[in-house]
Design a protein around this ligand. Structure first.
Ligand SMILES: Nc1nc2c(c(=O)[nH]1)N[C@@H](CN(C=O)c1ccc(C(=O)N[C@@H](CCC(=O)O)C(=O)O)cc1)CN2
Length: 291
């Protein structure tokens, strides 16, 4: 990166205790840095007495070390704001994403298309699967493909290999794009807040591996999909986004799966975009999504 000053765009995210003066403190910080603020969104959550801030700003003449200086100086301010979590992101450095899939390709195809079309600001770093089925799709997009078959006997070793890949690729996020194996408690804890799953059901209804069959048996008239952070509690993680579609008595389980494909792909892509744009905060069992 040249030393000559160049315009750079940043996102500042802050979760802190609810209190007077939080906005003023952040605004003063941005003012001290002659920041040109493009977006400034806040939400106060009375039930948890937490306050959430997302600011997108730019600096006309940013020095090479500006991101480091911004972080060092916000680190001084953070305790005064009773910060619980904060980060300054350089928007020219998209988050690195490790994609996981089993045999069904519809969600992976949607994410890769969104990336190629510049709609998903991410840097995919690899595709990991427990089947060979989608190697061609990954490699056609120039992405390394790693097949880690999972059985009860191999699960621990394969998860250790997955953690190695997360480390070696510098992945910030892991996206379960119809990856049909339950991640262990220890893996979820190691990657807490960094694993996004698409559940092919409208949670909290119809948890598990076969929600469309459950929906058919129940005779529902609406099906849906849910993007959430994966936690040790299967299909219980904080929800990022959901969507639904109407169905009727004539839809069998396979028809429901067919209707659900686009709902799943749309919800996962939308949820991932919100995370990539630093809009999503985990707030206990829930999320705050600053639009
Ligand atoms: N720790 C978590 N891991 C995963 C989650 C999660 O919420 N927490 N979500 C799943 C995705 N999923 C539903 O959305 C899901 C996938 C698979 C199963 C399941 O029972 N799988 C069986 C194996 C099935 C098979 O081999 O085809 C199993 O793992 O024993 C339930 C829910 C992804 N992981």
């Amino acid at each position: 990166m040249s030393d000559s000053p160049s315009p750079r765009r940043y996102a500042l995210t802050l979760a802190c205790r609810s209190a007077a003066g939080q906005v003023a403190a952040v605004a003063a910080f941005l003012g001290r840095h002659q920041a040109y603020v493009e977006q400034f969104t806040v939400y106060d959550d009375p039930p948890t007495a937490r306050f959430f801030v997302r600011a997108v700003f730019r600096r006309a003449e940013a020095r090479a070390d500006e991101l480091v200086r911004l972080r060092e100086e916000f680190a001084v301010l953070a305790p005064q704001c009773e910060a619980l979590q904060w980060q300054v992101h350089d928007l020219a450095q998209p988050l690195r994403v490790l994609l996981m899939v089993s045999k069904l390709d519809h969600c992976l195809v949607e994410l890769l298309a969104g990336w190629k079309h510049g709609e998903l600001p991410m840097q995919p770093v690899a595709v990991v699967s427990n089947h060979e089925t989608l190697r061609g799709l990954a490699e056609a997009h120039g992405l390394p493909f790693h097949c880690l078959p999972v059985t009860p006997e191999t699960k621990a070793a394969q998860e250790a290999r997955l953690l190695e890949l997360v480390h070696d690729t510098g992945a910030d996020l892991v996206v379960l794009a119809r990856y049909m194996q339950v991640l262990s408690d220890s893996l979820c804890e190691r990657l807490a807040g960094r694993v996004i799953n698409i559940h092919h059901g409208f949670l909290p209804a119809f948890k598990g591996a076969r929600p469309y069959h459950q929906a058919f048996e129940r005779g529902v008239k609406i099906i849906g999909a849910t993007a959430h952070f994966a936690t040790p509690d299967l299909d219980e993680g904080p929800i990022i986004d959901q969507a639904t579609e109407r169905v009727d008595h004539a839809h069998g389980p396979e028809d429901l799966l067919a209707v659900g494909r686009q709902v799943e792909s749309t919800v996962l892509s939308r949820a991932l975009r919100q995370v990539l744009e630093h809009r999503v905060f985990i707030n206990g069992q829930r999320t705050v999504v600053l639009r």
